[in-house]
Ligand binder design. Structure first.
Ligand code: ACO
Length: 319
């Protein structure tokens, strides 16, 4: 079950007006097309694991646990500190943990749901007892700040969940991850990618995207994988309490909610303040909705994400 949640945003906020000083864009264009008003940008000396450690510490405090209680760390990121080691081991060392295991998962914007599914399966198999599932990104480092079609969309941040193994009680209202569904289709890999890499160009590269193509596929993929979750559990749009989607774009979220018949007041939105923080966006949104009292113990929370690859995924969690 979910024991705690936490998040961290870098101090520096970058508004649409700030961006309009850098590229040929406007607050009106960005808000109308994406719903984004501002995003946070990591300081030059702040790396992904720094953000992840702060989010993890917040989640541990929220759970009332000590770092030593954790024996698994699964970190979703596409912007690791280094090619290797995994940023998860830097987080592990930063938290003072020397037991258990820590590794990264890379599924771009779907990374958090992939990490959640990975950790949940390890816990259910009895391999580990308590996991930190983290999404942390510094997408500002892979943005081409002269390309207005991409640089206005993304931000930096981190969020974390503490997941705890509990014996299956068979009770219909047992808390925890109820189902996860993961998908990918590499035929779409050139629609959203980074044009550099260790084994290809030996450079870091910049994010490149066919925005219209991403948009065209997003709603169908999201609604399909959510339908898989509904079919697996008997839960549906009328019985979920909260919809916490990957925060890529207000229009994609709204269109998905309409297609699925999810009431607007059940949708948790943070894209206006965070931008698209890739794997960090769902735990950042969860932390926001728990902190403001919306998500409470026992609530059924629907998560979904779609991103580069393409990858897409859903999860149903009884909080
Ligand atoms: N400011 C002003 N004008 C811009 C900007 C900008 N930041 N960016 C593009 N434009 C211009 C274009 O140059 C184009 O001008 P033209 O008609 O003179 O050629 C015009 O605006 C329309 O461009 P389009 O790309 O057709 O705009 P569109 O309506 O498709 O909106 C957007 C672009 C917002 C990227 C949209 O395609 C979208 O939301 N796609 C989904 C992408 C996404 O969310 N990706 C996130 C990663 S994937 C994920 O997380 C799901």
């Amino acid at each position: 079950m979910v024991r705690g949640v936490g998040a961290y945003l870098p101090a520096r906020a970058l508004s649409n007006a700030d961006l309009a000083q850098m590229v040929d864009t406007s607050d009106e264009w960005i808000v109308q097309r994406t719903g984004i008003r501002e995003r946070h940008i990591a300081a030059d000396d702040e790396v992904t694991s720094d953000l992840a450690i702060k989010a993890a510490q917040a989640a541990l405090a929220n759970a009332g646990l000590d770092a030593q209680d954790i024996d698994l760390i699964v970190l979703a990121t596409s912007t690791p500190d280094n090619t290797f080691p995994a940023s998860a081991v830097t987080v592990q060392a930063g938290l003072g943990i020397t037991h258990g295991a820590a590794f990264d998962v890379q599924a771009v914007c779907s990374g958090f749901v992939f990490a959640l599914a990975t950790a949940d399966n390890f816990l259910k198999a009895g391999s580990f007892r308590r996991a930190l599932v983290i999404g942390a990104e510094t997408f500002s480092r892979i943005l081409d700040w002269s390309d207005r079609t991409t640089c206005v969309l993304f931000g930096d941040g981190a969020g974390a969940l503490v997941l705890e193994a509990v014996p299956a009680s068979g009770a219909p209202d047992q808390r925890g991850v109820l189902t996860t569904h993961l998908r990918s289709d590499g035929r779409h890999k050139h629609k959203l990618y980074v044009d550099g890499g260790v084994s290809s160009t030996k450079t870091t590269g910049y994010l490149r995207m066919e925005g219209r193509e991403v948009f065209r596929h997003a709603v169908g993929m999201i609604t399909d994988v959510i339908t898989d979750a509904y079919n697996a559990t008997g839960i549906d749009s009328s019985t979920i309490d909260w919809f916490v989607p990957h925060q890529a774009n207000r229009r994609i979220i709204d269109a998905s909610a309409v297609k699925l018949g999810i009431a607007p007041e059940k949708v948790v939105l943070t894209v206006d303040r965070h931008g698209n923080t890739s794997a960090a966006s769902i735990p950042l949104a969860l932390a926001t909705a728990v902190a403001d009292g919306r998500i409470k113990a026992g609530d059924i929370v629907l998560l979904e994400a779609m991103g580069g690859g393409f990858t897409w995924a859903s999860a149903l969690v009884r909080w």
